[in-house]
Structures are given as C-alpha cells and as structure tokens.
Design a protein around this ligand. Structure first.
Ligand SMILES: CCCCCCCC/C=C\C/C=C/C(=O)SCCNC(=O)CCNC(=O)[C@H](O)C(C)(C)COP(=O)(O)OP(=O)(O)OC[C@H]1O[C@@H](n2cnc3c(N)ncnc32)[C@H](O)[C@@H]1OP(=O)(O)O
Length: 303
C-alpha cells in the first residue's frame, strides 16, 4: 500500500517523459533538429534516468544509484514509477535496462533494507520487491537487459524478468542467484523465474550452492542469451530489440503471457503470505547474524 501511495504521489508530482520543448519560438531552427527533439524525450529521477526515442518506440532505462545500484525501497519505488509510466505510454513498445555505473549492473537487494530494520519496514520493502518483479515479468513491452557489470541475486532476478539478456563478456563480472552465500534463501518466485529460464536441475544446483557465473558460464547454461564486448552492448541490444519488435505485438504478448502467467498467478495468489514469510524469516536472530557477517565480509574485502 505504501508503495502504491508513493507511486500515486510521485506520479502526480513529476512530469514523466517530459514533452520535448520546441525551440521554434526562439527563432528559425532546422526542421531536422525540431524533429529529432520531438522524437526523443528524457526523464530523470535521482536513481533512474529514461531516454525515450519515439521514432523507434524504444526506451532505455539507466540505473544510476552509486555505488552499486542496490535495490533499496527508494530505488524500487522510482524504478516502478518509471516502468508504470512507460507501460501506460502506448507509443513505448520496448525497454532496454542498463546501468550507468562502471562494473556493476545491480548488486541486488539492498542488504541494509533487511538488516536491523523493523518488521514493518521489512514488509514494505518486500512489497516493493514483489511489485518490481510483477511489473517487469508481466510487462507488455519487449524488455532487454543490457548487463554491463556484475548482477548478483536481485540484480540477476531483474535480468531474468526480461525477455532477453545480453551481458558484457568480461570475466570479472558475475551473475547468479547467490542468496545461500548470504545465509538466506531465494524465495519460490525467484526460483521459478530462474527455473523457467535454465531448467530445474541447473536451478537446483545454482541455488543450493549460491552460484555466481562468469558471462561465458552464464551463456553456457542459458542464464544469458548473448555475450558481447562492452562497446557492442547497446548496439546489440538495439538489434535484439528490433528483432523482437518485428513480431506482431498481440501474438508476442499473448505468447509471453501464456508462458509466464502460471508463475505470475502462483506468486500473486501467495503475495500476502510471501510478505509474512519474508518478514518472519529475515527478522530471525540467526538470519540477521548471517547478514551482519556478510556485510562485514563485503567491507573487509574492500579494505
Ligand atoms: C523459508 C523461505 C522463506 C523465504 C524468505 C525469503 C528471504 C530472501 C530474502 C532476500 C533475497 C535476497 C536477494 C538479494 O538480492 S540479497 C543481495 C545480494 N547481493 C550480493 O551478494 C552482492 C554483494 N555485493 C558485491 O558482491 C559487490 O559489491 C559487487 C560485485 C556488486 C560490486 O563490487 P565493488 O564494485 O567492488 O563494490 P564494493 O563491494 O566495494 O561495494 C561498494 C559499497 O556497496 C556496498 N554494497 C554492495 N552490495 C550491496 C548490497 N547488495 N546492499 C547494500 N550495500 C551493498 C558495499 O558494502 C560497499 O559499501 P561501503 O563499504 O560502505 O562503501
């Protein structure tokens, strides 16, 4: 509810996909300049910026929340607002999600939202995570993840909700659902999303061992669809997008729904119980202790 209220308030306050301002009142301008301006629009919030090209119907969402694009409540709220607005704009048919930060696509859920927080805060946070997943996994747009850095846990989940994943081929980057390494358990809908992509057995091993894969390994098991050099990432994403957009929209959307609806329905039917499970699990002393140890390990690794 809090997320919905925040969405309503923010939507009312901010003008998204702001209308391109015509510079014609300032004198004569080149027609192509005006056309280009009319075809592109930009929206920026503190953690997300969106470039929308009306001539292609494709928006690029840049995650820009240093240091690691962790999915905090604020981040998720902004993300969902951006997504909802694009979804409502009938001229927007495709979305590419990428990171503006070097080396990191997204570090996954913000651990600080789960550590030392009240049950109420944890519950609100979890609802926002559910909302992000639901919106992305059931989006009518073609969604492409352009993964230009590491993408553990919730970052991997975000990528998995997209229709197509392209990752930069840099062995320093990794991707996977590594929750067990933090002493926590990937919820059933994280697991379902991965199993729908790479199959049951690979998911079983990957989740149990908290596996993080290099781009080449991720390609091998089908966790990503393509790996490319960094400089080719966006052009490859645009090419993939064009291929998906060439399919008649209704046929593609119905197919996506047919493939994903059982997973979406399973989650939505258990949504409340899932929040309760998360809150009671994450606030346990033993789990809090595991998160503390993991946070300390992250800090030590840095030192
Ligand atoms: C019985 C069933 C019940 C079901 C209950 C369900 C429970 C399930 C609950 C939750 C699911 C959880 C999903 C998640 O997504 S958990 C998050 C997992 N993420 C990670 O493990 C990634 C950790 N981070 C890294 O590995 C690295 O930071 C990196 C590879 C992403 C980037 O490396 P680098 O560029 O070297 O940056 P630093 O490591 O130096 O980090 C900079 C800074 O950022 C902090 N930080 C990193 N990741 C996170 C994060 N996820 N949340 C919060 N903060 C993060 C890091 O600590 C540094 O902080 P600083 O020292 O203060 O600068």
């Amino acid at each position: 509810m809090a997320l919905r209220a925040a969405l309503r308030t923010k939507c009312a306050l901010s003008g998204f996909l702001s209308q391109p301002s015509s510079s014609s009142r300032h004198g004569r301008v080149c027609a192509s300049t005006v056309l280009a301006a009319q075809q592109r629009s930009n929206s920026t919030s503190s953690k997300i910026s969106v470039d929308f090209d009306q001539s292609t119907g494709v928006a690029v969402m840049h995650m820009k929340s240093p240091p690691v694009n962790s999915l905090s409540l604020d981040f998720l709220t902004e993300f969902c607002i951006s997504l909802e607005k694009l979804e409502m704009d009938k001229s927007c048919r495709g979305l590419i999600i990428t990171s503006s930060l070097p080396k990191v696509f997204s570090a996954g859920l913000d651990i600080l939202e789960m550590y030392g927080k009240s049950p109420e805060s944890c519950g609100e946070f979890w609802k926002a995570v559910q909302e992000m997943w639901l919106k992305l996994y059931s989006s009518n747009m073609v969604t492409v993840a352009a993964i230009n850095g590491s993408s553990p846990a919730g970052g991997c989940l975000m990528s998995l909700t997209c229709d197509y994943r392209i990752m930069v081929d840099n062995p320093r980057y990794s991707i996977g659902l590594n929750e067990t390494q933090l002493g926590i358990v990937a919820p059933f809908w994280f697991k379902d999303t991965m199993a729908n992509t790479v199959g049951h057995r690979i998911t079983e091993m990957a989740l149990a061992l908290g596996m993080l894969y290099s781009p080449a390994e991720a390609l091998k098991i089908g966790l990503v669809d393509q790996i490319v050099p960094e400089e080719k990432l966006m052009s490859t994403a645009e090419q993939a997008m064009a291929k998906w957009l060439a399919i008649p929209a209704h046929a593609r959307q119905l197919t996506k729904s047919m493939m994903r609806k059982p997973t979406v329905d399973r989650m939505t039917s258990k949504r409340e119980a899932d929040v309760q499970n998360f809150v009671s699990f994450i606030t346990k002393d033993a789990i809090q202790n595991s998160l503390r140890v993991y946070l300390e390990m992250l800090k030590k690794r840095k030192a």
